[in-house]
Design a protein around this ligand. Structure first.
Ligand code: NAP
Length: 649
């Protein structure tokens, strides 16, 4: 599963024809940097200017003829490299790395970015998000410190891998019968990752992905393989659902109540909890009366009932979010009739590679050309990193609110509308329904290769904007009085995302209830720690979600590094508990709120699951990835109050 990086690439033994053929599938920006890296010849990149803006193509706007010239140079260089016995490339100097970074980023890279990018790129074969070493902590102290990780999805497995590296004992409590979290639970047709796969993977476990956006089974296989490789399965208690965690101040530990497969409740004790329960796994059913009246099968997209065949059936789908966007095109291929109820249309970002396989040549390059995989990951990362942020930042003086939030946002809006019209331009009624009346970036934009809009053109698919008044025995009744009947009703209505950490209960210091404390308005410091709840660390907690930049794995890697840093502080200082200072937490959250109000998703004209009932954005990180990376590099002891073991005994 791991294509080798740099010096670990297998030697090239392929003939010239294979190399030449493979180069036809090359990503030119990644190839150029890999060549310059391999040969040390920076002249290779000096005459080329890349366009890496969000609107540019994947080849950085390099003209076809120029691409041909680059491929020829690459063929010569790779032949020489092969004929010389594939020698290990020399490490890069900082200056060279900086020049290569600037080149592939398509312009100046601010100095404070370089360290961050070098790390993300792992170009010098460092472990990009390596947590700090706990080698100063006596082994006996580490052995006595026990961590409970709740959840064996992407972030829980990551936490476990890093805890293991740090030498800290841990147990993983997982409610499901297998690892993988969202990739285990979501089995709906068409389910695939909608972040580019080469960045939606652990930085230290690059994978030879079959597709640019792989399907759910592949994702599940990847996380299961990681769990096996790191020997995590022995640490996981499956079908063990945490219901209540109580902080015992005297003993400075959490008492965790776990419902086991046989219905019994057990108690697990741990010095610290890492909550890795995700945000998007508790189905949200709409606020529409009559849901229990429907006589046929009805289910939520995340609880797909495969025993009910779709073929030939009349289907009603409620919702047009990321999940429906993936399953509607699949079921439309076999269903008799699909009526999709849309409350708000999504913005669609065109990407021709959305369903495409990684071509054979690219697999070859990823495997054999030193550092090609790293530079390819970087070029994918860069385009999805900060590039889009400026397009979704609010200009308070902008005149076209609520349709767009700035001039740049209007440019994006125009481009996205053109894409819609290119596919359904001959269907004016569909166009009207498909153009959102809120700014791009107000909600997560959905990647598409035309599949969704083509599906809406089908004779057996009907897009309905009429609000649903109630669900009946046979289908739905709309506000207009019109009725629609169906054999099967599918809810693509999302998740109760803003109810973080529910339905678990947490009782912190003084038996303070976490959910009463939050009162529907979840907040945390860095999204990780919460005053009054010592030694509780959240992954994918409040305000760590993203709308347009980065991948959740990036955030989890930053958070896990920070958490291991916290445990190091605790153990090196010979302390038993650390509790986030309320003033620090509050100031941080004020900054987050101000930031979110300046982004399209904070706009008062947008309704989304990013906001809680009071309208506050509880989900999103409003700043750059660099800022999150920077703030979570290492914890500051000054942000916490510590309690000694003696004082708690
Ligand atoms: P979602 O984005 O919250 O979409 C829910 C849909 O249901 C929206 O279209 C919503 O309309 C609609 N809805 C809710 N109540 C309704 C009602 N009463 N009447 C009509 N429509 C109603 O949920 P999701 O599609 O499951 O996606 C949630 C998140 O999960 C995504 O944003 C993404 O982060 C993640 N996800 C990722 C992937 C992936 O990577 N492959 C796939 C799926 C999901 P409104 O917009 O008007 O509220």
């Amino acid at each position: 599963m791991h294509p080798p990086q740099g010096s670990a690439c297998p030697p090239i033994t392929a003939d010239d024809a294979t190399i030449e053929q493979s180069l036809r599938d090359a990503n030119i920006p990644a190839l150029l940097n890999a060549l310059a890296h391999l040969t040390g010849d920076l002249e290779l990149i000096r005459g080329v200017k890349l366009d890496t803006s969000f609107l540019a193509d994947a080849q950085g706007g390099v003209p076809e003829a120029e691409q041909g010239r680059i491929r020829k140079l690459a063929l010569d260089a790779l032949r020489r490299y092969r004929d010389a016995g594939s020698p290990t490339p020399k490490p890069l100097s900082s200056d060279t790395t900086h020049e290569l970074l600037k080149f592939i980023a398509g312009g100046e890279v601010p100095a404070n970015y370089v360290e961050f990018l070098e790390s993300e790129l792992a170009i010098n074969e460092e472990d990009a998000f390596a947590p700090p070493s706990l080698s100063n902590v006596p082994t006996s102290a580490k052995e006595k410190f026990r961590v409970a990780v709740i959840g064996a999805g992407m972030s829980g497995l990551l936490a476990a891998i890093r805890l293991q590296e740090a030498g800290l004992p841990f147990v993983i409590l997982e409610k499901n019968a297998d690892v993988g979290g969202t990739w285990f639970e979501n089995t709906y047709p068409g389910c695939r990752v909608d972040s580019a796969n080469h960045t939606y993977s652990y930085s230290f476990e690059p994978n030879d992905w079959p597709q640019h956006f792989s399907q759910r089974k592949v994702l599940h296989g990847y996380f299961a393989a990681c769990a096996r490789k790191y020997g995590l399965r022995n640490h996981i208690r499956f079908r063990a659902e945490v219901t209540l965690s109580e902080w015992d101040d005297k003993r400075a530990l959490w008492r965790i109540h776990v419902k086991t497969a046989d219905g019994k409740t057990e108690t697990v004790e741990a010095n610290a909890i890492v909550s890795a329960v995700g945000q998007l796994n508790r189905p949200q059913f709409p606020d529409i009366p009559g849901q229990d009246r429907f006589k046929g099968p009805s289910f939520h997209s995340a609880r797909w009932q495969h025993e009910h065949p779709i073929a030939g059936k009349k289907i009603i789908v409620i919702g047009t979010g990321a999940s429906a966007f993936q399953f509607v095109p699949e079921i439309a291929k076999v269903a008799g009739d699909v009526t999709v109820f849309q409350r708000t249309p999504p913005w669609i970002v065109p990407n021709p590679d959305y369903h495409a396989d990684i071509p054979a040549g690219k697999h070859w390059l990823l495997k054999y050309v030193p550092y090609y995989a790293s530079w390819f990951r970087f070029s994918v990362f860069w385009k999805s990193a900060e590039g889009l942020l400026s397009f979704v930042k609010v200009d308070p003086k902008w005149h076209n609110q609520p349709y767009s939030v700035s001039e740049q946002n209007e440019v994006l809006r125009t481009m996205l509308i053109e894409n819609i019209k290119a596919i359904i331009g001959d269907k004016p009624e569909l166009i009207d329904k498909s153009i959102p009346s809120y700014p791009p970036g107000g909600k997560r934009m959905l990647i598409d290769n035309g599949n969704w809009l083509q599906t809406l053109r089908r004779d057996n698919v009907h897009l309905v904007n009429d609000p649903i008044k109630e669900i009946t025995e046979t289908g739905v009744l709309c506000a207009s009085g019109k009725r629609y009947d169906a054999d099967i009703l599918i809810y693509g209505t999302g998740f109760t995302a803003s109810r973080f950490l529910t339905p678990q209960k947490f009782l912190g210091r003084g038996a303070k209830d976490l959910h009463q404390t939050w009162n529907g308005d979840a907040r945390a410091y860095m999204g990780i720690t919460i005053p009054g709840f010592p030694n509780l660390f959240c992954l994918y907690g409040p305000n760590t979600n993203i709308v347009v930049n980065g991948s959740i794995i990036f955030f989890s890697e930053c958070e896990v590094r920070y958490i291991i840093g916290c445990l190091k502080l605790l153990l090196e200082k010979n302390q038993a508990a650390m509790d986030c200072r309320k003033d620090v937490h509050d100031a941080y959250n004020r900054k987050i709120d101000e930031g979110n109000l300046q982004m399209a998703w904070g706009s008062p004209h947008v309704r989304s699951w990013y906001k809680n009932a009071a309208g506050r954005v509880t989900q999103n990180w409003p700043f750059t990835l660099l800022e999150f990376w920077d703030q979570t590099k290492a914890p500051s002891a000054a942000d916490y109050t510590f309690t000694r073991k003696e004082a708690t005994a």
